[in-house]
Design a protein. Structure first.
Length: 335
């Protein structure tokens, strides 16, 4: 069966890693019909927006997308395409696994964590304003509906993937209303899953625990901002942003993308690690029900890592983005 997928290469290093992922996914033998769509600053002049309606329509129609990173200007300028996309499609759960891969240098072993980040609320709603000239205010929004559905997603994910524990992360000791509501919802939802252990951690303590004993944790669920920060931390535990994939999941629609951004300083150099994007593609294959192909791509990645000949700079090698992808694709084609 051919899968129709929206492909958003993005900008910065996006087009290079998108081409790499496409090469590997096609080498798996699964048939794709890619609908390539552009978004970001490059289309602003032509379309008058960084996220043209046609991109959203394509994803709604195909129900699945693979997306490269897109640059967001800091401080001023347009709103993040990534945040806007997640809100427009109501992609409420951001799933970011962090697992040790063989032969990837890392300070830790036996890390196998999954962050489930709430993706539509919290400070990311973008309600911010100046108060006079010398103060600024940002509003943090947490709702019962948003909290319950992401925690339920985390428990369902845990059940489906045979995980043993869900940890809710919050700052309810200080943010008694907002994070207090999130924690209350988490505790309520947890009662429906007696087969899965539940606990909660205050976010600052969670950071220390993750650095000291990450192997104690399993599925972590949390509001948007903590999820953003902790997923980079967890990527760091297992070898860095170059190997950290993700999926944004909503009701009937899913967009897969790496955790990392557009790394503009490396754009066009055929230098960065394509694995985060390729592994996001593997998550997409699993979502599409192509479990056998997904397993083969994982094996091919592990074989190339074990061989150690075609590794990008962040993994201690000198291979380019396309060489590493080519090595994985050739393994797949050899069978
Ligand atoms: P970044 O993730 O782009 O890069 C930070 C550093 O991580 C890089 O300088 C590089 O050293 C390393 N890195 C990232 N990807 C790598 C890869 N594939 N291989 C090897 N090393 C890699 O973070 P940033 O510099 O803070 O952000 C750059 C831009 O990306 C910003 O405009 C930001 O808003 C945007 N961004 C987009 C997304 C997204 O599209 N979902 C996510 C995060 C950041």
């Amino acid at each position: 069966m051919e899968h129709k997928v929206t492909l958003i290469p993005g900008d910065g290093i996006g087009p290079e890693i998108a081409a790499a992922a496409r090469r590997v996914l096609e080498a798996s033998g699964v048939k794709f019909q890619w609908e390539v769509m552009e978004a970001g600053e490059a289309v602003l002049e032509k379309h008058g927006t960084v996220l043209p309606e046609a991109v959203l329509e394509s994803i709604r129609r195909n129900k699945v997308a693979l997306k490269g990173p897109i640059t967001t200007p800091v401080g001023t300028g347009f709103r993040s395409v990534n945040v806007t996309l997640r809100l427009a499609l109501d992609l409420f759960a951001n799933v970011r696994p962090a697992r040790n891969l063989p032969n990837i240098p890392s300070r830790y072993e036996n890390v196998d964590l999954v962050i489930v980040r709430e993706n539509t609320e919290d400070l990311y709603v973008g309600v911010e304003h100046m108060v006079g000239e010398d103060a600024a205010e940002s509003i943090k929004i947490i709702t019962r509906k948003g909290s319950e559905r992401v925690v339920r997603f985390a428990f369902e994910y845990a059940r489906k993937n045979k995980r043993r524990k869900v940890t809710a992360v919050h700052k309810a000791n200080i943010l008694k209303c907002t994070d207090g509501l999130f924690l209350e919802c988490a505790r309520q939802v947890a009662r429906d899953y007696p087969d899965i252990e539940f606990e909660d951690r205050i976010v600052d303590n969670m950071c220390m625990q993750l650095v000291q004993k990450p192997e104690l944790y399993d599925v972590l669920v949390m509001p948007n901002l903590y999820g953003d920060i902790l997923s980079d931390l967890c990527a760091g535990l297992v070898g860095g942003l170059g190997v950290a994939p993700g999926g944004n999941i909503g009701a009937g629609v899913a967009v897969f993308e790496p955790v990392h951004g557009s790394a503009p300083k490396y754009a066009g150099q055929n230098k960065v690690n394509p694995l985060a994007m390729i592994l996001s593609g593997v998550m997409m294959l699993e979502h599409l029900g192509e479990l056998e192909a997904a397993a083969r791509v994982r094996q091919a990645i592990e074989a190339v890592l074990a061989e150690g000949k075609y590794l990008t700079y962040d993994l201690g090698g000198t291979a380019g983005t396309s060489e590493m992808a080519e090595a994985i694709a050739r393994r797949l084609e050899k069978g």
